[in-house]
Design a protein around this ligand. Structure first.
Ligand SMILES: [Zn+2]
Length: 182
């Protein structure tokens, strides 16, 4: 009754026992199913001690090693992924940054009727305008609507009649001009 401590298994003595019918049938079955001719003693030992091996400190230690390695691999893979994403994000950010707008050479047409028209210099529509009587043209190079406004409405702004804000973009800016700064 007092003998509750399990005595350690004597593996050598157990291994010296003869193979059982089950071991023989298992070895035969393995051969039929897999085509591999297995050694009967190996089958006996594997069947008998598989659980002991799995529970052994040796196996537990190597299991812990494998787990730690898998966790380290996963972490490394995650940081590689994160670095890749960051690089991609930087790329996207660089692409999204608006490009500075180059100055555009434009022709302003004062038709004498309505607001002045602004075309890109060399626009085909300008040819028709020249035939119009009373129309005057001038060529300027600007990169913003603020510059255009202060130029076209200079008289009114400088004379104090109206402000830049009031005149801002008041002209008829044609699509041929393209994008300008504000
Ligand atoms: Zn045009």
């Amino acid at each position: 009754m007092s003998n509750t401590t399990k005595s350690p298994k004597n593996f050598e003595a157990l291994a010296a026992k003869p193979a059982t019918e089950l071991h023989k049938e298992f070895a035969e079955w393995l051969f039929i199913k897999t085509g591999v001719k297995v050694d009967l003693k190996t089958v006996q030992l594997a069947v008998s001690f598989r659980m002991d091996f799995q529970a052994s400190p040796e196996n537990q230690a190597s299991l812990a090693d494998r787990k730690a390695k898998a966790a380290a691999d996963k972490k490394a893979s995650a940081s590689r992924k994160a670095a890749k994403l960051e690089a991609k994000l930087a790329e996207v950010k660089a692409e999204a940054k608006p490009e500075p707008i180059d100055p555009v050479k434009m022709t302003i047409v004062y038709t004498g009727m309505g607001e002045p028209q602004v075309h890109k210099f060399g626009c085909a529509d300008l040819k028709k305008m020249t035939r119009k009587t009373g129309a005057s043209k001038e060529t300027v190079t600007f990169h913003s609507h603020t510059e255009l406004t202060s130029h076209i409405y200079a008289d009114m702004i400088e004379g104090g009649e109206s402000t830049l804000e009031e005149n801002y973009g008041g002209y008829d800016c044609k699509p041929c001009v393209g994008k300008l700064d504000s």
